[in-house]
Ligand binder design. Structure first.
Ligand code: ADP
Length: 403
């Protein structure tokens, strides 16, 4: 069985074609900078090196057309006929209160997704355009939507509610939804395999640390709480997002600052101009921040320390909520690669049984591995995430349930 995973971001379309019999990638790539003067297309297959070229791509529809034509190309393609694809899995960032698990695309589902536009305005319209483009290019092949919010559906009401008047929940569906669910789900399963115990016997904290970051408490395979909220802005300090702040600051800024009288300007401030970037004034990228801090830049050092401290605070609070943990997982760009961030977080946590082996932590590797000491009560793990594979598995499961 072959599954095509499609991930339409605000200005990019990523894809991976999987052979599910062995869960191996056949072809994968990305079209970036859609709608700009110059777009880029990078593609690779299991048997060819990565190739990059400039392209002119004005919309998500054009990007999907480019990708499918490429997959079907007689010389460089990976399939001879569209019927070789059994199902398409679409990554969807926000399911709102409408979607609690993966669904097969129908007219009704598309209508429901349209109603989620306002809740994730950067992403959902792009997802929707991608779904329509795939339908046009691959008629008759079923599509499945896999939601980043779905894994967090088990969070209890006392954890997902905000203490605003109840009608804000009833009327406007304002509650914690949580994000990166597909990643947290994948690394939880891998952590159980690494520890060698069933997931339903384990208590885990998973830290997905990328440009956007979230920490999740997982008990017996079910999410108990997660750091992101109604949107992916809540929680820890991120690349260019502020994470948790006193909400009264917003009302205060509106009052005192002439530039911030509308929600768009405030959203830009909190999502795109804050976090590492806002504090350091240099970059939202962790590598640049660490480099600048090492070279003596005080604001970069402060930004780094703030980010690590905020993560440590969430880990400690979830440790308490779970009444101890078996494993702590680091994943995504920073979690998988930044020795400095992992060390800063794990230092002085031995009271919780979290003891890092700094030598193991410093060893570069792209494989899943333990970086805790032999005596550490809590296993510290680095697990490269694989959201695409998880989406492919979900899509296959959806199709198998139907037949
Ligand atoms: P996104 O949330 O956009 O998917 P990623 O998971 O790719 O983000 O993570 C991007 C972050 O990972 C950036 O801050 C980048 O600096 C950081 N990162 C990537 N590689 C390294 C590395 N070798 N060392 C430190 N940080 C890294």
């Amino acid at each position: 069985m072959k599954v095509l995973v499609v991930n339409c971001g605000s200005s990019s379309v990523k894809y991976t074609l999987f052979e599910m019999d062995n869960e191996k990638k056949i072809a994968w790539g990305i079209v970036e900078c859609i709608g700009l003067l110059e777009s880029y297309y990078r593609r690779q297959t299991a048997v060819t090196e990565e190739k990059k070229k400039s392209v002119k791509v004005a919309s998500h529809t054009e990007a999907v057309e480019l990708i499918i034509n490429d997959l079907l190309d007689k010389e460089i393609g990976s399939i001879a006929n569209i019927d070789e694809i059994d199902v398409i899995g679409h990554r969807i960032v926000h399911g709102g209160n409408r979607f609690s698990k993966s669904v097969l695309v129908t007219k009704e589902v598309k209508k429901g997704l349209k109603e989620c536009f306002s809740i994730a305005p950067l992403h959902t319209p792009a997802h929707y355009a991608g779904i329509l483009a795939v339908e046009k290019m691959l008629p008759g092949i079923p599509s499945v939507l896999v939601f980043d919010t779905a894994f967090h559906q088990t969070i209890p009401d006392y954890a997902y509610m905000y203490a605003l008047p109840y009608e804000y929940y009833e009327k406007y569906h304002i509650r914690k939804y949580g994000f990166h669910g597909t990643s947290h789900n994948y690394v939880s399963q891998r952590a159980a395999a690494m520890i060698g115990k069933p997931l339903n016997e384990l208590k885990l904290i998973t830290a997905h640390l990328g440009n956007g970051s979230s920490i999740t408490a997982v008990e017996k395979g079910k999410v108990i709480d997660t750091s992101m909220g109604f949107t992916p802005l809540q929680g820890v300090v991120m690349g260019s997002r502020c994470g948790d702040i006193d909400p009264a600051i917003i009302a205060y800024i509106i009052k005192i600052h002439p530039n911030y009288r509308n929600s768009e300007a405030l959203n830009t401030l909190m999502n795109k101009e804050s976090g590492l970037l806002g504090i350091s004034g240099i970059s939202g990228d962790m590598r640049s921040t660490v480099k600048a801090a090492t070279e003596g830049n005080k604001k970069a050092k402060l930004a780094f320390e703030m980010l690590c401290y905020s993560i440590k605070k969430y880990i400690s609070s979830y440790y308490g909520i779970l009444n101890g943990i078996d494993g702590l997982v680091f994943t995504a760009g920073i979690g998988e690669n930044s020795t400095a961030v992992r060390e800063k977080i794990c230092v002085n946590m031995h009271a919780m049984g979290i003891e890092m082996d700094t030598e193991k932590n410093n060893k570069p590797s792209s494989k899943e591995r333990f970086v805790s000491t032999a005596d550490s009560k809590v296993k510290i793990m680095i697990i490269p995430t694989n959201e695409e594979l998880m989406i492919a598995r979900e899509s296959r499961a959806c199709i198998c349930m139907r037949t």
